[in-house]
Design a protein around this ligand. Structure first.
Ligand SMILES: Nc1ncnc2c1ncn2[C@@H]1O[C@H](COP(=O)(O)OP(=O)(O)OP(=O)(O)O)[C@@H](O)[C@H]1O
Ligand SMILES: [Mg+2]
Length: 158
């Protein structure tokens, strides 16, 4: 199953919808090429949780933390991570505290230290559009996301 995301605004809406369905402490991995829309999805999630400011990929700092009314959100971008142990140096383990929401772009660069994701999102580029598929570990989350398909119907998969 894949969700059809027509434009960046739809990707932000998807981020908001996913964010509303995640349990505290969830770990989300975002896969997809450069410019696929990972940060755009995260931006939508953060906006929906009340973050008013800009959201950029923390490519050089590896992680940006947002203290919001609910649980903290940590947004990782591991594109420039040289070795998984660099994650240890920034104290990454402390971010995965069971309460904070952790969103990780380029998780494949830090696999050794990240543990398992509750949700893996895969974004495929299809011209202007994107197709987003996922794997959710908690059954309740899988059901909640399956229900989203009605909101983002794939025109190629009626
Ligand atoms: N359907 C769409 N969904 C998401 N983004 C889209 C879509 N169509 C166009 N875009 C544009 O594609 C770009 C996606 O950039 P974004 O920073 O979100 O990608 P990214 O996956 O985080 O890349 P990187 O790996 O470099 O961090 C934005 O400029 C966005 O406006
Ligand atoms: Mg990004």
């Amino acid at each position: 199953m894949a969700l059809y995301i027509a434009d960046a605004a739809a990707m932000e809406r998807l981020g908001a919808a996913i964010g509303a369905r995640l349990a505290p402490g969830s770990r989300v991995f975002l896969y997809g090429a450069l410019g696929a829309g990972k940060t755009t999805l995260v931006r939508g999630l953060l906006r929906a949780r009340g973050h008013p400011g800009p959201v950029r990929s923390p490519t050089y700092t590896l992680v940006e933390s947002y203290v919001l009314a609910g649980a903290p959100v940590h947004h990782f971008d591991l594109y420039r991570l040289g070795a998984a142990r660099e994650l240890e140096l920034i104290g990454a383990r402390d971010y995965f505290d069971g309460e904070s929401l952790c969103l990780v772009e380029w998780p494949e660069h830090g696999e050794a230290l990240l543990g398992r994701a509750d949700l893996e999102l895969r974004i495929a580029i299809d011209g202007q559009a994107r197709r987003v598929s996922w794997q959710a570990r908690p059954a309740a989350l899988a059901r909640a996301l399956a229900a989203l398909a009605a909101e983002f119907p794939d025109p190629a998969d009626p």
